[in-house]
Design a protein around this ligand. Structure first.
Ligand code: GLP
Length: 241
């Protein structure tokens, strides 16, 4: 694992955007794996700035998102499709047909999940995967459990994730109880992985990840320690020397 410690959230966003932007410039047909949540918002803003000021071209870039709430359409303001359009895709020259966020309204959800991994494989696999991490150590919506899903699947969200993510909804009862989430396989198959963790609330997750090189299913983010090209970017608030 490569660790980068930046002074604050803005510097983490800048650093992550610099890396992503360079990858896009050096491979205009790159396949990006993208994440939602508050953490990558600053990075998306920086990437939009770079697109506008330096002309970074996204016309041939393809993207796959990690997850989506079951039952929410892309028009729902709390859906991850809506988030991605608002926070990133609408600000760059990407062809929206080249962006894939799991369809939370798919008729046959299990068939859809199976196809999702195939879609990623058929595209050639993810070149660069961006990730955030939940306060309980989840990545995508792979929740702490005795077993972790290998393939893209329908998952039941933990009570703690529902509570934490309720800030994006009018009230906690509106938060869907299930989601489509990429599994461990497609994430680990990415050629390069960047995990962003910022703020006091991520301190214990970052500490455990750095100090305990163990693969633990009750701490899904630990699977990233098995990846040969994994970079963790944190700010001072999330990091203890
Ligand atoms: C959600 C997403 C994850 C994200 C996590 C952390 O549960 N499914 O992909 O990493 O939230 O979000 P935040 O960055 O807001 O702390």
């Amino acid at each position: 694992m490569k660790l980068i410690v930046e002074s604050n959230y803005d510097m983490v966003s800048k650093k992550a955007a610099e890396i992503v932007d360079e990858y896009v410039k050096s491979n205009p047909k790159i396949i990006l794996g993208l994440a939602t949540g508050s953490t990558p918002i600053g990075m998306y803003k920086e990437l939009i700035n770079k697109h506008k000021t330096e002309g970074t071209d996204y016309s041939n870039v393809r993207t796959f998102n990690l997850d989506e709430y079951v039952g929410l359409s892309g028009e729902h303001p709390s859906s991850y499709r809506y988030f991605m359009n608002e926070e990133f895709f609408n600000g760059i020259n990407i062809n929206h047909k080249n962006t894939t966020v799991p369809n939370g309204k798919a008729e046959n959800l299990s068939e859809y999940c199976k196809n999702y991994d195939e879609m990623i494989d058929d595209a050639g696999g993810i070149d660069l995967q961006i990730l955030g991490v939940g306060e309980n150590g989840h990545i995508a919506f792979i929740e702490p459990a005795h077993e972790l899903q290998v393939l893209t699947s329908i998952v039941t969200l933990s009570e703690s994730t529902i509570a934490v993510n309720s800030r994006f909804f009018n009230n906690i009862d509106e938060v869907p109880k299930t989601a489509i989430s990429m599994g461990v396989r497609s994430i680990l198959k990415a050629k390069k992985i960047i995990l962003l963790a910022t703020g006091e609330k991520k301190k214990s997750v970052v500490k455990r990840l750095i100090e305990t090189p163990l693969l633990c299913t009750d701490f899904p983010v630990s699977i990233l320690l098995c990846h040969p090209d994994f970079t963790l970017i944190v700010d001072r608030e999330a990091y203890v020397d």
